[in-house]
Every structure is written in structure tokens, then in C-alpha cells.
Design a binder for this molecule. Structure first.
Ligand SMILES: Cc1cc2nc3c(=O)[nH]c(=O)nc-3n(C[C@H](O)[C@H](O)[C@H](O)COP(=O)(O)OP(=O)(O)OC[C@H]3O[C@@H](n4cnc5c(N)ncnc54)[C@H](O)[C@@H]3O)c2cc1C
Length: 271
């Protein structure tokens, strides 16, 4: 087994909103995951119904050797919303998104259409999966913060807001389907949170429109922009923020998922 790999089991399942499901996992030796520096993990999701899953193992040259395709777990990135290493517990909030493909197929041997969302839909206490990490970054210290993302970024934004200093200032823009998807957030008083609803928005990308319309502080060197959302929206936001004079080292912009055009496959997009 790789040093950063753990087996974890579902301990509890709870819906936070109609489209966001919190899964509490139990596992051993979670100390390396309890850090504010790296927020994300890879989840290894075994094909449904497999009693004894197989995991990638180090080969003779140290590179991963994958299990046979029919036993191979699907790999998807998720955010650690909470880690309590002493209790051996962690929470991951998973969006129960619809499948936007129309061909009904999947490229990694899984019978489900979306292994991440499907795992969350089926999850029962005792279900086994794998986890490796942690990976990824949060925000760098700044005098003003922009946090912008859709519901897949909501767990990361919620965690970043909780961990910012009390005197932090800035704006968080969060795109969700409608008001039922909003969550209470623990936020420094100087951070304004705005929820953006796709339903009846009159635009396909309320997040992109809202970021473009947001006045930024004049001195872009003192702000930090953290952005995570759909691939094409992300490209437009990154271009806008670069056009506002924000340097690469004052920005973290990551595509969390990619909309699949009708008839196309999702191969190579996730994980
Ligand atoms: C660093 C990082 C952290 C992340 N953290 C989280 C997290 O904490 N919680 C979370 O829910 N997601 C998170 N994501 C996003 C998640 O990894 C993707 O949404 C992933 O594609 C879900 O995999 P899936 O198996 O459900 O769907 P896939 O098999 O990847 O895709 C199946 C189909 O569903 C579509 N699809 C995928 N995601 C969405 C979506 N959100 N809305 C609509 N359609 C979608 C795809 O376009 C595709 O057509 C994170 C991603 C990254 C890179």
C-alpha cells in the first residue's frame, strides 16, 4: 500500500441540502489528513457490489500497479470538510449532481454514470472505499479575499471561511441551483457572502457574471482570489481576473469538474 493511502468506511450519511450529502467516514491513522495546508483527497470508489475491492499498489519501480479493470476503483477528487484524527473520523460533502451526458456510457468500467455521485447516493454505513492525499492548497494571507465557486467548491469555501482570521475582509460568491442549496456558514464579519441561484438567473453562468461585476480593491497585490468551478466557467473567470491585473501568485483557480457536451464522453475529465 502507498504511504498516503488509507481504507475508510462510511459511518454515517446525512443530507445537508437536497443536492449535497455529507458522508462521515471512519479510518485509522488519519493524522496526515488533519492539516489546513492541503484540503483535498482522491477517493477510490470500488465498482458497486464488489465484496473485496482491490487498490492500486506500488510496483517494483514504485509506480502504481492498477487492479484489473473489472475490480479497478474509480478515482475522484473531494474536499475534506472536517477531519478529527483523534476520533478517526472525517466528513466529505458530495454533490448529488445529475449526469449531463446523453449517451448513457461510462469510460472507467463502472456501471454507474457518475461514480462519485452514485457512491454518495448508494452510501450505507460500512461501505468501503480508499483515500489518498492530502493535496491542494487554500488561500495565501491577504488584506482582501475573493472566494468564488459553485456547489462542488462549497465544502472548500466553507472550510476556508472557518479558518480565515477573524478580521479578514472580502467577498464570497457561491453559485447553487436555488435557495434550498444554501448552507449556514461560519464567516468572519468582514466577509460578505452572496449566494447566486442558477434557477431563473437569466444567465447560464451567474458566478461568471457576478465576479465580472464585482468591484475589486485598487491594489490587486494585496488581495487573494480563490476560484473553483466548472472548467469553461473557470477559464472565463481566470481570464477576467488576469485582466484585472491579479498576478498568478495572488490567485488559485482550479476546474473542479467539466460539463460534457451532448454525445461526448467524460473520459479524462475527472481525477
Ligand atoms: C480539488 C477538487 C476538490 C473537489 N471537491 C469536491 C467536493 O468536496 N464535493 C463535490 O461534490 N465535488 C468536489 N469536486 C468535484 C468532483 O470531483 C467532480 O464533480 C467529479 O466530476 C464528480 O465525479 P462523478 O463520478 O460524480 O461524475 P463524473 O463521472 O466525473 O461525471 C459524470 C457526468 O456528470 C457530470 N458532472 C460531474 N460533476 C458535476 C457537477 N458538479 N454538476 C453537474 N454535472 C456534473 C460530468 O460532466 C459528466 O457528464 C472536487 C474536484 C476537485 C478537482
Amino acid at each position: 500500500m502507498f504511504a498516503d493511502f488509507r481504507e475508510i468506511r462510511v459511518a454515517a450519511v446525512r443530507d445537508l441540502t437536497p443536492r449535497l450529502r455529507r458522508i462521515t467516514f471512519r479510518g485509522r491513522d488519519l493524522g496526515r489528513f488533519a492539516t489546513s495546508d492541503n484540503l483535498h483527497v482522491r477517493l477510490y470508489l470500488p465498482p458497486p457490489g464488489l465484496e473485496a475491492p482491490s487498490w492500486p499498489r506500488p510496483g517494483p519501480d514504485g509506480r502504481p500497479v492498477l487492479p484489473d479493470p473489472e475490480r479497478r476503483p474509480a478515482v475522484r477528487y473531494y474536499t475534506l470538510r472536517r477531519v478529527d484524527a483523534d476520533a478517526g473520523e472525517l466528513d466529505i460533502d458530495i454533490v448529488l449532481h445529475e449526469d449531463d451526458r446523453h449517451d448513457g456510457g461510462h469510460d472507467d468500467g463502472h456501471s454507474g454514470e457518475a461514480p462519485g455521485a452514485d457512491f454518495a447516493r448508494r452510501a450505507r454505513p460500512g461501505d468501503l472505499c480508499g483515500m489518498s492525499g492530502p493535496y491542494g492548497l487554500g488561500v495565501s494571507p491577504a488584506s482582501w479575499y475573493l472566494l468564488a465557486g459553485d456547489e462542488t467548491a462549497l465544502p472548500a469555501i466553507a472550510r476556508i471561511l472557518e479558518e480565515l482570521p477573524d478580521d479578514a475582509r472580502g467577498t464570497a460568491l457561491i453559485e447553487v441551483e436555488d435557495a434550498a442549496d444554501e448552507l449556514p456558514l461560519r464567516t468572519p464579519a468582514g466577509i460578505a457572502v452572496r449566494w447566486l441561484h442558477r434557477r431563473n438567473a437569466g444567465t447560464a453562468s451567474p458566478l461568471v457574471e457576478a465576479v465580472r461585476a464585482l468591484p475589486l480593491p485598487a491594489d490587486s497585490a494585496t488581495l487573494f482570489a480563490w476560484v473553483a468551478c466548472e472548467f469553461d466557467d473557470l477559464a472565463r473567470l481566470r481570464e477576467h481576473l488576469r485582466g484585472c491585473g491579479i498576478d498568478r501568485d495572488r490567485m488559485l483557480a482550479v476546474a473542479y469538474w467539466r460539463r460534457t457536451p451532448p454525445g461526448a464522453s467524460a473520459k479524462g475529465i475527472s481525477a
